[in-house]
Design a protein around this ligand. Structure first.
Ligand code: 1CP
Length: 327
């Protein structure tokens, strides 16, 4: 078990650090990054770390000019809207352009010993949506309009992103990450036929390129109830889903040959431990004897979460897991 966003604002220690440093300071200073990544593992007792970074970080050396703004997220000064914009993007060599990420991976792996580190990147659709919209979006209008009305620009952008995502993840694994997760958080905004035509071929190419690394490849998105089978056909080893689909239904739909990850509603954890126990036991019970299952929330830990309740949840899952030992 581990939590998406297990390092973040719900931690008093993280909030204190953010008084002194902005987000990118933390992500680009290897010793701070090691500390922020390892803290939740040491405090909560989860079974894996996830690199403290952001999906936008590898886009900086391409020339994407962004800031991470408080309670908004990434905001981009020069949104990508034309072929000229796409052609102006640089390529990324992680060892040259993102040395701080790889230094942090080395430091984390050394500090954590046997506990695995999960490296990550954004999915090309989700990255493209920030690049094209210029920030978080509700309807993804510029993104969808590019897909439908400028397919050559879309293909050029997605092809460039396939390269960045694949090389960035490969470099993280070579530096010591033991698994990777692709956060394609916003693909749930797409109709299945649009996902299949405009996103799936690029995702399949990424998973093909990562296969020789022989580490588990996790694929996660939000609101993906109508996309599960298509996501599996992209070729991941693990499918991460949110709380809107019961895991047991997902298992029936995707068959036994892929691991599942999820999916307690993160809002539950903000409602106190009493609101967490029953649903967690039910979730674990539904997955008892499952061929391959990783406990997580259905999306990231929310900032208003009580760190103590999260710790109690970790202990509960570990206790129940031992009791069910087939878990
Ligand atoms: O100032 C702050 O402290 C900002 C909050 C914050 C944090 C803690 C942002 C801004 N990013 C992060 C870290 C982060 N981002 C991690 C750390 C590792 C961990 O999980 O512990 C990860 C994996 C991400 C990945 C990320 N960034 C995603 C995919 C995961 C998801 O939540 O769906 C997305 C969509 C982003 C964009 C982003 N960065 C930050 C915010 C607030 C957002 C979301 C904005 C939006 O709603 O569109």
């Amino acid at each position: 078990m581990w939590f998406m966003r297990q390092a973040g604002r719900y931690q008093p220690t993280y909030r204190a650090l953010r008084q002194q440093y902005n987000f990118m300071d933390l992500a680009t200073d290897p010793s701070l990054c090691v500390d922020v990544t390892c803290r939740p593992v040491e405090d909560l007792g989860v079974d894996a770390a996830i690199l403290f970074s952001d999906i936008m970080v590898p886009l900086a050396p391409m020339g994407v000019n962004f800031t991470i703004q408080e309670s908004i997220g990434p905001v981009i000064a020069n949104p990508i809207r034309s072929m000229r914009d796409v052609l102006a993007l640089g390529s990324v060599t992680p060892e040259r352009d993102l040395p701080y990420v790889l230094d942090a991976v080395h430091g984390i792996v050394e500090r954590l010993g046997p506990i695995p580190l999960i490296g990550f990147a954004g999915g090309p659709f989700t990255l493209a949506s920030y690049m094209i919209e210029g920030g978080p979006s509700k309807n993804y209008l510029y993104t969808k309009r590019m897909m439908w009305t400028a397919p050559d620009v879309w293909a050029a952008l997605m092809t460039a992103l396939v390269d960045v995502v694949s090389t960035h993840l490969t470099a993280q694994v070579k530096a010591g990450a033991g698994a990777v997760q692709i956060f394609d958080s916003w693909i749930g905004s797409l109709a299945p036929e649009d996902y299949e035509q405009w996103v799936l071929p690029y995702m399949a190419e990424i998973f093909r390129r990562l296969a020789p690394l022989a580490v588990p490849r996790i694929y996660f998105g939000v609101g993906t109830g109508s996309l599960l089978e298509l996501m599996v056909s992209a070729g991941p080893d693990v499918l991460g889903i949110d709380w809107r689909v019961p895991l047991i239904d997902a298992r029936r739909r995707i068959g036994p040959h892929i691991a599942l990850q999820g999916n307690l509603d993160p809002a539950r954890v903000t409602a106190g431990y009493d609101a967490v126990v029953g649903p967690t036991q039910a979730l674990l019970g539904s997955m008892r004897g499952d061929p391959s299952y990783i406990f997580n929330l259905g999306h990231g830990v929310l900032p208003m979460t009580d760190a103590l309740v999260l710790k109690q949840l970790v202990d509960l899952v570990h206790r129940e897991g031992k009791r069910g030992d087939a878990l």
